[in-house]
Design a protein around this ligand. Structure first.
Ligand SMILES: NC(=O)c1ccc[n+]([C@@H]2O[C@H](COP(=O)([O-])OP(=O)(O)OC[C@H]3O[C@@H](n4cnc5c(N)ncnc54)[C@H](O)[C@@H]3O)[C@@H](O)[C@H]2O)c1
Length: 315
């Protein structure tokens, strides 16, 4: 009989702080870029007209995982989370199940952490101010991770004023409109991607944009004209070109593989890119299973050390 912990979202968020998430996420991008961690392509299962399910496997450091996760954009209006699901963690040598972990908490930590890592690697050294467009679950965690990485003050913008105020109050930042948020040094967009929230005419040299909301085909947060102004980066080309923000540019014929650098390649120095003061960097995050692995590895280690409470079930 196999006995495994079932780890709640609350236990995850109590055990893993944004700094740990950022460090682990950075390492995940590096290990994937070096070919040490493996990740087949994410599988989408559409559930029209509501959203989609995604199956996301990864393997590295003796662990393998499968994340089974949703994106149901209409859920916000129903008072339900857009993103929900579970992660199954297994031993990569024996195939034994090791843990079941609530997935929204893992998603939030690794998504927010990716925004922070992208700013650390791609923003100007002197960049400090932050604009958050979309202050829901993952926008909030992006802001928390950027704050933990030393960024801020910030401007919080959301079509739901209460979401923007809650985040601004928590971090000591301020509420602003979308255009004010887009004027900051580091701009993070985490909306459902129904309409562009970054317009070409609003950008200025030296900014860094982390666009996180468009993580499936048909979503868009950035005007095509704005994409053409930017130096382009992504988490992983196959995913980003098929279902990320950059997919819109690929379909329109204005973005191709040679225009885009993967973040991990900058981290390990295999890209020749160095930043100029004038360029605008854009990081397209679609969310990778290796990021989930990074967070789940930290969670599982913490549980084994006795630093995390979880019920154990027999399978
Ligand atoms: N890249 C990734 O790794 C990743 C990870 C998780 C979620 N996502 C995607 O990010 C998006 C948001 O997910 P979430 O879980 O944070 O959802 P959420 O519903 O918790 O938050 C979305 C927020 O955006 C706000 N919003 C909607 N339209 C807006 C607009 N035009 N301007 C400003 N604010 C607006 C909503 O009011 C809401 O507060 C989804 O598309 C989701 O699929 C991406």
């Amino acid at each position: 009989m196999t006995e495994i912990p079932v780890i709640s979202g609350r236990a995850v968020l109590e055990a893993i702080d944004p700094r740990t998430a950022i460090e682990r996420t950075r390492e995940a991008f590096e290990r994937y870029a070096r070919g040490v961690w493996e990740m087949p392509a994410k599988v989408y299962l559409d559930s029209p007209p509501y959203g989609d399910f995604r199956a996301m496997p990864a393997r590295g450091d003796g662990l393998a995982l499968l994340k089974w996760v949703t994106s149901f954009p209409g859920n916000s209006a129903k008072g339900l989370p857009v993103v929900r699901g579970e992660v199954l963690v297994s031993d990569a040598e024996t195939g034994e199940e090791l843990a079941v972990i609530e997935c929204s908490s893992v998603t939030s930590l690794r998504t927010g952490a990716a925004a922070a890592v992208s700013a650390q690697v791609l923003a100007l050294d002197e960049a400090r101010s932050v604009g958050i467009v979309g202050c829901g679950v993952n926008g909030t965690w992006s802001a928390r991770c950027l704050a933990a990485a030393g960024y801020g003050d910030g401007v919080c913008a959301d079509v739901r004023p209460e979401a923007a105020s809650a985040l601004a109050d928590e971090l000591g930042w301020r509420v602003g409109d979308r255009a004010e948020a887009v004027a900051q040094d580091v701009v993070v967009t985490v909306t459902p991607g129904i309409e562009p929230v970054i317009l070409a005419g609003e950008l200025r040299p030296g900014q860094h944009l982390a666009v996180l909301g468009a993580d499936a085909h048909g979503k868009q947060e950035v005007e095509l004209d704005a994409i053409e102004l930017c130096t382009l980066f992504c988490d992983e080309w196959e995913q980003a070109s098929a279902g990320g923000e950059l997919a819109n540019g690929v379909e329109a014929g204005v973005v191709s593989r040679g225009d885009v650098t993967q973040l991990g390649d900058v981290l390990i120095g295999s890209s020749q890119w160095t930043r100029s003061d004038a360029e605008i960097t854009l990081f397209d995050s679609t969310g990778l299973a290796i990021q989930d692995l990074a967070i789940c590895q930290a969670i599982y280690e913490r549980w084994r050390e006795g630093g995390l409470e979880a019920p154990v079930v027999s399978l």
